[in-house]
Design a protein around this ligand. Structure first.
Ligand code: GLY
Length: 375
């Protein structure tokens, strides 16, 4: 049974539970309200929409293309991020992603399907370039929500996913330069004439800070890139996906927010969806995507809900090494959200970030994220 059939079945079941005639169209139905706070999310007929992190211009365009063809929102967002997972030039997601400290690419992803309230994820998955597809398979073909490492790879193999070397020459070279410039105490030497700027570390901030500290602040040094993509269709059905190669040069086995439902992604079909990019450790400690959806349930606009999550992270971060001399966060985290009414927004800790939006045009466009700090 495909997702569309299942979602139709779910829709009819919800209609009958509510005592509503199945002859009514989707736009006439409530979206399975089960509390007073969600009752106000009566479906009003939504303009389909897809949003993503800034690397999702093509992803949101593809997602909307599929929605126009009547495809399920989960099909749409996954097909969208597959473009970036397959792209060797995006070094923060899928094939071509920057590896861990041993030079091995380890990928994380999770998906959520609003109409059925289901989700799945994989973490520290090696050799499979589309972890979002494996995450979906975990959701659909296992009784589990999250598989990691060897177990995730074993499951992917069982389902016929093709294994391949995900480390491109460009990613390997960047990893090698990182390893060769970490310390003067080891035996790894950069090539003759190599300078830090070749790692993208000639930013003015970089000259004042140690490489390690600067790494938190400037994503060019150790990206935590990631793509998050969310979509709502004309029925008000919502899905989302987050997929990443994680923090560049991480300790093998490090897993942060991206594959964790509630942290890197959360979808509640009665309310909306949220997802994240940026320093995943901070988000893991705050479960921000869940928080953002709950804030929207209470009436926040998506932008305000995202800002709330940034503020919460700033309030709960106590470690001095993560704070600057003014007590502000040294790192960035970015949140994206849409609600069932088709409203959307995004916010980052630091200004200068954008997010991708497609509300029905052939091409997607970028909008500025709100920011917690002015500069
Ligand atoms: N947010 C992506 C990561 O930290 O791995």
């Amino acid at each position: 049974m495909n997702t569309q059939t299942r979602s139709r079945r779910f829709f009819l079941k919800a209609a009958s539970l509510l005592g509503v005639s199945a002859a009514l169209g989707p736009a006439d139905l409530l979206a399975v309200p089960n509390t007073a706070s969600t009752a106000r999310w009566a479906h009003k007929g939504v303009r389909p929409l897809s949003i993503a992190s800034a690397n999702g211009l093509e992803s949101t365009a593809r997602a909307m293309h599929l929605l126009r063809d009547g495809r399920d929102t989960l099909d749409a967002v996954i097909a969208g991020v597959n473009i970036v997972e397959d792209d060797p030039d995006d070094q923060t997601v899928g094939y071509g992603g920057l590896p861990n400290e041993d030079g091995e690419v380890e990928l994380d992803s999770c998906v959520m399907h609003g109409p059925t309230g289901r989700g799945g994820g994989v973490a520290a998955l090696r050799n499979i370039k589309n972890p979002s597809l494996v995450a979906r398979r975990v959701m659909e073909r296992s009784d589990h929500v999250l598989l990691v490492g060897e177990g995730a790879l074993h499951f992917a193999r069982a389902h016929g996913f093709r294994e391949e070397n995900l480390l491109t020459d460009a990613a390997r070279e960047r990893w090698l330069r990182w390893k060769e410039t970490l310390s003067n105490e080891d035996d790894w030497l950069p090539p003759h004439g190599f300078e830090d700027r070749d790692l993208g570390m000639n930013h003015p901030d970089m000259q004042e800070e140690s490489r390690r500290e600067a790494g938190w602040r400037d994503e060019r040094a150790r990206p935590t890139g990631t793509i998050n993509c969310l979509a709502v269709d004309a029925n008000g059905d919502i899905s989302g996906v987050t997929t990443t190669s994680g923090l560049a040069f991480k300790i093998p086995g490090r897993v942060a927010d991206s594959p964790i439902i509630g942290a890197g992604l959360y979808v509640d079909n009665a309310v909306g969806a949220a997802g994240s990019t940026g320093r995943g450790e901070a988000n893991l400690l705050a479960l921000s995507s869940f928080l953002i959806v709950e804030r929207m349930r209470m009436g926040d606009h998506p932008t305000d809900a995202c800002l709330h999550a940034c503020r919460r992270i700033a309030e709960q971060t106590k470690m001095k090494r993560l704070l600057d001399e003014n007590g502000r966060l040294k790192f960035n985290v970015n949140f994206y959200a849409l609600d069932k009414d088709g409203r959307h927004g995004a916010a980052s800790v630091w200004p200068g970030k954008q997010y991708a939006v497609n509300d029905g045009n052939e091409k997607s466009h970028l909008l500025d994220c709100a920011a917690l700090y002015e500069s």
